[in-house]
Design a protein around this ligand. Structure first.
Ligand code: ATP
Length: 359
C-alpha cells in the first residue's frame, strides 16, 4: 500500500484563489518524489498541505492508509526543511541539532549519540561548537537538513532547500541529500523549480503548471515520453525545439524537407489535414550531416555558443528558431547552411490546439 496518498486534493485560499486542482499521487515508502514547475504553480501549497501547515480545502490525504486531513503537523510525523535555514542564531550547531529532541524530552545520552551520528553523515562534526553566523551558507543548510533528519520521522518535506546556495554548493548538497535519503530511507517530497534538481534526485517527478499536475513519472519517462508541450519544454536544457506547421497532403515541410505524417500516425494523420501541428525535437537528439533512419533537414546558423563540454548552435529554419547541441569539435561557421538528422524516434508531434502529444 502507498505510504502517502493524495486523493483529489484541492486548495482554495480564503480570498477564493484556487491554487491546487485535483492533485492525485501515491508515494511509496522510501520514495523520493520531486514536485517541479514554474513559480506559482502550487508546489509549496501542496507541500504545506502535506505538512499540515495549510488546510486541505477538498480531497483526502492519507498516511499509511489512515485519513490524516485533520491531523496537526506534529501528529503527522513529518519533518520540513524550508528555503530559509531558520536556525537559532544564539545556539551552537550542537544545540540547533539537539533542539527538537530536547523538546521531546529524549534522554541526554540518546541525544548525544544522535547528534554525533547526524553530524557525521553531514560532515558537521568539527563545527558542532560553532554559532550559525560562523558557518558558510552550505554548512548552515546542512545544519537545517540535520535538524530534520535527526528526528527520524517517516517523511521529509523539503521546500527549495538549495535555493540560497551558489551553483557549486547546490551541486554538492544535491548529491548529499540523495546520499542521506539512501541512508535514512525516508519518504521524501522535495519542491524545486529547477529541472536539473528534479531529474538528478527524483525517483519520480510530478510536473505542475497553474495548479494542475501535468505528468507524474520517472525522470526517464518525463524526458522521453512527455505527455504535452509544457512537460516537453520544461524538462531538458536547452528546451525541446517546437516548429508549427500546417499539414498538407499528409505531410509537413520543415527546412525544405518533407515529413510524412502517415508513416508515423497511419490513418490518424487524416484527422490533421489542413490543421496545424507542432513538430518537436530535442537539441541533443540531432546528429550533424545525413544519417539513415532519420529525418534529414537544414537550417541557417545564426549564432554559436561554446560551453566547454558542448556547444549550442542557434538555427533559423524557414524563420522558425531552433537550437542544436553539438560537441565543441562540431561547431559550424556562422551564416552557413547546416544539414542535420533527427532520428525518427526522436521526433515528437503535438496537437497545436490541445498541446498534447500525438501518439
Ligand atoms: P514558488 O516556486 O514561487 O514558491 P509555488 O509553485 O510553490 O511557487 P505556491 O507558493 O504554492 O507556488 O503558490 C501557488 C499560487 O497560490 C500562487 O499563485 C500564489 O500567489 C497563490 N497563493 C499562495 N499563498 C496564498 C494565500 N495565502 N492566499 C492566496 N493565494 C495564495
Amino acid at each position: 500500500m502507498a505510504y502517502l496518498t493524495l486523493r483529489n486534493i484541492n486548495k482554495i485560499y480564503p480570498n477564493g484563489f484556487h491554487a491546487v486542482h485535483d492533485f492525485n499521487l501515491e508515494a511509496e515508502r522510501g520514495e523520493f518524489i520531486v514536485f517541479v514547475g514554474p513559480s506559482g504553480c502550487g508546489k509549496s501549497t501542496t507541500l504545506r498541505m502535506i505538512a499540515g501547515l495549510e488546510d486541505i480545502s477538498k480531497g483526502e490525504f492519507l498516511i499509511d492508509g489512515q485519513l490524516a486531513n485533520n491531523l496537526g503537523p506534529r501528529e503527522r510525523e513529518v519533518a520540513m526543511v524550508f528555503q530559509s535555514y531558520a536556525l537559532y542564531p544564539n545556539m551552537t550547531v550542537y544545540d540547533n541539532l539537539a533542539f527538537g529532541l530536547n523538546l521531546q524530552g529524549v534522554d541526554e545520552d540518546i541525544i548525544e549519540a544522535r547528534v554525533q551520528k547526524t553530524a557525521k553523515i553531514l560532515g558537521l562534526t568539527e563545527y558542532l561548537d560553532r554559532m550559525p553566523r560562523a558557518l558558510s551558507g552550505g554548512q548552515r543548510q546542512r545544519v537545517a537538513v540535520g535538524r530534520s533528519i535527526i528526528r527520524k520521522v517517516g517523511v521529509f518535506l523539503m521546500d527549495e532547500p538549495l535555493s540560497n546556495l551558489d551553483a557549486k554548493q547546490r551541486v554538492t548538497m544535491r548529491s548529499e541529500i540523495t546520499q542521506i535519503h539512501r541512508e535514512t530511507g525516508a519518504t521524501t517530497i522535495y519542491v524545486t523549480h529547477d529541472q536539473t534538481e528534479a531529474m538528478t534526485m527524483a525517483d519520480r517527478i510530478v510536473v505542475m503548471k497553474n495548479g494542475y499536475v501535468q505528468q507524474i513519472g520517472t525522470p526517464k519517462e518525463v524526458y522521453f515520453h512527455p505527455v504535452n508541450m509544457f512537460v516537453a519544454g520544461f524538462i531538458g536544457e536547452p528546451p525541446m525545439n517546437f516548429i508549427r506547421r500546417v499539414v498538407k497532403q499528409g505531410c509537413i515541410e520543415v527546412g525544405g524537407a518533407s515529413f510524412d505524417l502517415t508513416k508515423r500516425l497511419g490513418e490518424k494523420a487524416a484527422a490533421y489535414e489542413g490543421k496545424e501541428i507542432v513538430f518537436g525535437f530535442r537539441p541533443e537528439a540531432v546528429v550533424l550531416g545525413t544519417q539513415e533512419n532519420a529525418y534529414v533537414t537544414h537550417g541557417m546558423v545564426e549564432l554559436t555558443e561554446m560551453l566547454g563540454d558542448n556547444a549550442n548552435v542557434y538555427l533559423d529554419i524557414d524563420q522558425d528558431k531552433a537550437i542544436l547541441k553539438v560537441t565543441p569539435h562540431e561547431i559550424p561557421d556562422m551564416d552557413t547552411q547546416l544539414t542535420f538528422s533527427i532520428p525518427h524516434e526522436s521526433v515528437y508531434l503535438f496537437d497545436a490546439q490541445t498541446e498534447m502529444v500525438i501518439k
